[in-house]
Design a protein around this ligand. Structure first.
Ligand code: AP5
Ligand code: MG
Length: 194
């Protein structure tokens, strides 16, 4: 099974991806977690991307795509991709590559959470520079400018679901699982194929 979680900063992509990965025995691949690990480990990639991550700007497409290629190909039981693609350009550039390899996404979930709740969650978590109030504001602006057009580009596709992410993590998880099951009933081979 190959899934995509899309949502604003603080929407719960990481929280839900971990649960889905455990439930379905698939890999959780988070572009943000991988980038933060490079920054922590002070790798050369980490040094290149640090200011983008700390300031809440998107890292250049090529850097993110190069970084994700290996984990996506290694995820032979499937994956839940968290934080990628987040622009129309990234979706278009990666589609041809993954399709040729037969590892394209089979279902995408948009986690929809109101702005006030996103801010509340990020301020409560305070994950370093990127969760400072001004940077949170900037990340939300980048989301509106770059990722909302991606949601519009995907709108209406039968493999795309919008889930109310403002409920408890358990309720959101069960809703996502039921959407996936419905999709599997509609197109059984789509979710069982590698
Ligand atoms: P990334 O790590 O993807 O950050 P983000 O999109 O800003 O989202 P977060 O990880 O902050 O939130 P989340 O949706 O995962 O929510 P979480 O589960 O943590 O990206 C970081 C940076 O990397 C970007 O700014 C950019 O620089 C770069 N980057 C990454 N991908 C890129 C790409 N494709 N292209 C270019 N650059 C890229 O939850 C948040 C909090 O809420 C937690 O404390 C959690 O416990 C809590 N919570 C979760 N669910 C619930 C719930 N249902 N109820 C109450 N609390 C909840
Ligand atoms: Mg995350």
């Amino acid at each position: 099974m190959r899934l995509l979680l899309i949502g604003a900063p603080g929407a719960g992509k990481g929280t839900q991806s971990e649960r889905l990965a455990a439930r379905f025995g698939i890999a959780h691949i988070s572009s943000g977690d991988l980038l933060r690990k490079h920054v922590r480990d002070e790798t050369s990639l980490g040094k290149t991307v640090r200011s983008y991550v700390d300031n809440g700007d998107l890292v250049p497409d090529g850097v993110v795509m190069d970084m994700l290629r290996k984990p996506v190909l290694a995820a032979t039981s499937g994956y839940v991709l968290d934080g990628f693609p987040r622009t129309v350009d990234q979706a278009e550039a990666s589609y041809a590559a993954v399709r040729a390899l037969g590892v394209q996404v089979q279902a995408a979930i948009h986690l929809d959470v109101p702005r006030e709740e996103l801010i509340r969650r990020m301020l409560a978590r305070a994950r370093g520079a990127e969760d400072a109030e001004a940077v949170i504001e900037h990340r939300l602006q980048v989301y509106l400018e770059k990722t909302v057009p991606l949601l519009e580009y995907y709108a209406g596709r039968e493999w795309m679901s919008i889930v109310d992410g403002a409920r408890t993590a358990d309720a959101v998880h069960e809703d996502i699982v039921s959407r996936i099951h419905k999709l599997a009933a509609f197109a059984p081979s789509a979710l069982t194929r590698r």
